[in-house]
Each structure stands twice: as structure tokens, then as C-alpha cells.
Design a protein around this ligand. Structure first.
Ligand SMILES: C[S@@+](CC[C@H](N)C(=O)[O-])C[C@H]1O[C@@H](n2cnc3c(N)ncnc32)[C@H](O)[C@@H]1O
Length: 298
């Protein structure tokens, strides 16, 4: 089974507007599909790639212009500095998890398989789904489900989790699945359970905080006219990216300078969000929620 089929490949690489001798960063290496394509456009340029999952390291590309770093991308500037790089020409972030994560039962990301409640992208991290589900208070659990799963009735779901774990810890994907399944009408069961799992995953990997930190750091690291290309997979991420490109802050508040111009650090290259075309969706259904935004650093 393929590790991961790259999503919006042509559109995102075009968005980077690669200079053959430039320095580029792929923050989410995964199966290396985007990195491979970036390298094809480089001559003497360099590519630094990041992934926090050690399993992604096995896809490393043997090319002297390429460096793969195992780290959370929230720290990417520190690593670039270590390699003597202060500013770069383009940064790509293809957010979220890879197909490999969803297809590996032992990682606990998918409710299609029995497996441990894990969901950590970084296997060295302490916080896991088991910890969230078994130790968070009812209020905190309900908040996670409301904020990150955009679920209505989150308190009822959190209450059921708290009641169940009183007797015995919830250890596996299947236990959580069986507990929550009857709480949704059968027609929307899978969709709702996917939202529950997404919410817990976002919490475990602190995805929203990390994304904010990444956007702030990317703005510091990009040269003038450098490109920031972000592919997101759920509305919370996309809203954050959209607001940031438009306004330079996460709330989307439009600050204006003395002359009434909006003070965002970016020009949005695509005014309308880019989504996969029907041909791509035919061969890769996992691309269906992808949204691409491209910014030019001003
Ligand atoms: C959607 S996949 C990227 C796929 C890649 N573009 C390709 O073509 O194969 C996202 C990857 O980014 C990694 N990732 C997600 N968040 C990360 C973070 N905060 N720091 C480092 N890596 C992260 C995941 O482990 C996963 O391998």
C-alpha cells in the first residue's frame, strides 16, 4: 500500500513558484511526494524537509540538495539556523496526518481498525488519545469535542465517556467506537465518529497551536516575495490560514495603516480557495477535504 498519495501536487508546486537556485522548506515530508517534485524544479537550490513521525524517515530522498529533519515543524526555524539558513524562498505545509497513519491499525488514528487509543504523530510524545479520553475532566473533554470536532451535544458525549471510564479505562479504538456509536443516528454515525476522532487527534497533537506558531515563524523566515503554500484538511485549519493571509492575525481582524491599507504580511495569490479537481478526486478520495491557499510575502 502506498505510504501517501500527494494531494494538489501540481497546484501547490506551481504556488511555490520555485527558483532553481532557491532554498525551500517542506514542513510535512510524509511519503515525500511534494519534496520529490520540488527537487525536480531545483538546480543548485536546497530543500529542507521536516516530519515528526519517525516512520516518515524511511522515505528519505537520497539527494545532496536534500536534508530531512525529524522534528515538529513548530521548531523549524531553529533547525534552519543550525544549518546556517536565516531566510528562505518558499515554504510548503501539507497539514494533518498521512494515509500511512490512517492505514496503520497500531497507530490508533482510524476507527476502521481495532488498535490502541494512541493518535500521536510523534511516537516520543507523552500525550496520547488514551490519556485525553481517560484523564480529561468532563468540561475539558466537552471543550475538545466542541472546539475541534464542531460537535453539537458534546457534553452528552463527554458524559458518556466519563461514566464508562469509571469502571475501567478505555484502552482501545474499538471500546471508544462501541461506546459512542449508539449515541448517533445511524445515517450520520460514521460522519459524527470521524469528527470525534478528529477532535481527539487535534488535541493529542496540539495541531491548532502548532499551526499558529508555524504561520508566525514562516512569516519571519520568508524572504520578500517568498511563497507560503498551505494545504489544510478541515475548516478550523483553513479558517486560521485564511484569516492569517488576509489580516496577519488569527482572528481575521483587519488592521489598517495610516493610509487605510490593510497591514497583512501577505498578498493572497489565490483569492478563491483551490480544491482538487474531479480527476484528482477520482483517483484519491482522501483529497476530498483539501483546501489550498498561497501567500506571497510582502
Ligand atoms: C498530509 S501528510 C504530508 C504528505 C506529503 N506531502 C507527501 O506528499 O507525502 C502530513 C505529514 O506531516 C507530518 N506532520 C504533521 N504535523 C506535523 C508537525 N507539527 N511537525 C512535523 N511533522 C508533522 C505527519 O507526520 C505526516 O507525515
Amino acid at each position: 500500500m502506498a505510504y501517501h498519495v500527494p494531494v494538489l501536487l501540481r497546484e501547490s508546486i506551481e504556488g511555490l513558484e520555485i527558483k532553481p537556485n532557491g532554498t525551500y522548506v517542506d514542513l510535512t515530508f510524509g511519503g515525500g511526494g511534494h519534496s520529490t517534485e520540488i527537487l525536480k524544479h531545483l538546480k543548485k537550490g536546497k530543500l529542507f524537509a521536516f516530519d515528526q513521525d519517525e516512520e516518515a524517515l524511511r522515505n528519505a530522498i537520497d539527494d545532496k540538495r536534500f536534508t530531512l529533519i525529524r522534528s515538529n515543524f513548530r521548531f523549524f526555524r531553529n533547525f534552519l539556523r543550525y544549518h546556517g539558513i536565516e531566510t528562505v524562498d518558499g515554504i510548503l505545509a501539507d497539514l494533518g496526518v498521512s494515509s500511512h497513519h490512517f492505514d496503520s491499525p497500531e497507530r490508533g488514528f482510524s476507527f476502521r481498525f481495532e488498535g490502541p487509543l494512541d493518535m500521536r504523530m510523534n511516537q516520543k510524545q507523552k500525550l496520547s488519545a488514551k490519556h485525553v479520553v481517560n484523564t480529561y475532566s468532563l468540561e475539558d473533554l466537552a471543550n475538545v469535542l466542541t472546539q475541534y470536532g464542531e460537535l453539537q451535544g458534546a457534553r452528552r458525549l463527554a458524559g458518556a465517556i466519563c461514566k464508562s471510564r469509571e469502571g475501567k479505562a478505555i484502552e482501545t479504538v474499538e471500546q471508544l467506537f462501541e461506546l459512542l456509536k449508539p449515541m448517533f443516528p445511524s445515517a450520520i454515525q460514521n460522519k459524527m465518529l470521524a469528527q470525534v476522532f478528529q477532535a481527539i487527534r487535534i488535541e493529542v497533537n496540539q495541531e491548532m497551536d502548532v499551526l499558529k506558531q508555524m504561520l508566525t515563524n514562516a512569516t519571519k523566515a520568508l524572504k520578500k516575495d517568498g511563497r507560503l503554500v498551505v494545504i489544510s484538511y478541515h475548516s478550523l485549519e483553513d479558517r486560521l490560514v485564511k484569516n492569517y493571509f488576509r489580516s496577519g492575525n488569527f482572528e481575521g481582524d483587519l488592521d489598517k495603516d495610516f493610509y487605510g491599507n490593510i497591514t497583512s504580511p501577505y498578498e493572497q495569490i489565490n483569492k478563491k480557495v483551490i480544491v482538487p479537481n474531479p480527476d484528482e478526486l477520482k483517483i484519491n478520495t482522501r483529497a476530498r477535504s483539501a483546501k489550498l491557499r498561497i501567500g506571497r510575502k510582502l
